[in-house]
Design a protein around this ligand. Structure first.
Ligand code: DC
Length: 230
């Protein structure tokens, strides 16, 4: 599969990764791996089976046998995430589920169990991979590696706005604290910590709107992916 291009987009949540990745997958008509969704589904499955975050062997077993499906409508457009055949799309998007995912994600054996599932997304004509360790661990040979950052304050503001728009009550201070806590956990863990690959292009989106980030990345893609007719 080494001739099938992969673009990795890593970074903490709230940097615009999700929207940028779906745009890229749609533009290029490539596959899309939302690796965070996989960790979130695992956290949801653990809750469903009453498995605690310290029950490592059970979590590894669950990860190895996770019955998850990503329903897509064409390349790039994720429609639904199914756990054991049931729609879990909205359930995995809550703050609680994101935090629970971040708590079980440091377990090295859990990460290993999810590795081949993630690599299975690497199919022609190409893959956009969204996560924390896409460029460092899962696809170290990626064609283009992008690392998005933004200040914790700006990310908390974006999240606050998103939640308000959805009619969900939120408190900016609590959100900031939760974001800082999750960043700390994701970047200080021993197994595949959140960090930019040495050969990643780092883009700070704190003072950029989404169109500016997209214009920047589209240009990088045009200059990096061989034979692209875009
Ligand atoms: O991107 P997200 O917010 O959906 O991810 C939820 C959590 O899953 C994140 O806080 C850490 C974990 N995660 C990970 O450890 N590695 C990835 N490649 C993606 C997510």
């Amino acid at each position: 599969m080494s001739n099938v291009p992969v673009i990795t987009v890593d970074g903490p949540s709230g940097t615009g990764k999700g929207i940028i990745c779906s745009y890229l997958a749609d533009w290029l008509q490539w596959h899309f791996l939302d690796s965070g969704a996989l960790y979130r589904v695992l956290a949801l499955a653990a809750e469903k089976h009453h498995i605690n975050s310290d029950e490592e062997a059970k979590l590894v077993n669950l990860a190895e046998n996770l019955n998850v499906e990503f329903e897509v409508a064409g390349a790039g457009s994720l429609v639904n995430v199914l756990l054991d055949g049931e729609v879990a799309t909205d359930d995995i998007r809550t703050e609680t589920c994101g935090n629970a995912a971040s708590v079980i994600a440091p377990i090295a054996k859990v990460r290993k169990a999810l590795l081949s599932r993630q690599r299975a997304f690497h199919e022609p004509p190409g893959l956009i991979a969204d996560g924390r360790d896409m460029g460092t661990v899962v696809f170290p040979e990626a064609t283009l590696k992008i690392y998005l950052t933004a200040s914790a304050e700006e990310r908390a503001k974006r999240r606050y706005k998103q939640l308000k728009e959805k009619g969900i009550n939120a408190n900016l201070r609590d959100l900031s604290a939760a974001i800082a806590e999750r960043d700390e956990r994701d970047s200080t863990r021993a197994a595949s910590p959140l960090k930019a690959a040495e050969d990643a292009i780092v883009i700070d989106t704190s003072s950029l709107d989404i169109d500016a980030v997209l214009a920047n990345i589209s240009e990088l893609v045009r200059n990096t992916v061989p034979g692209l007719q875009k």
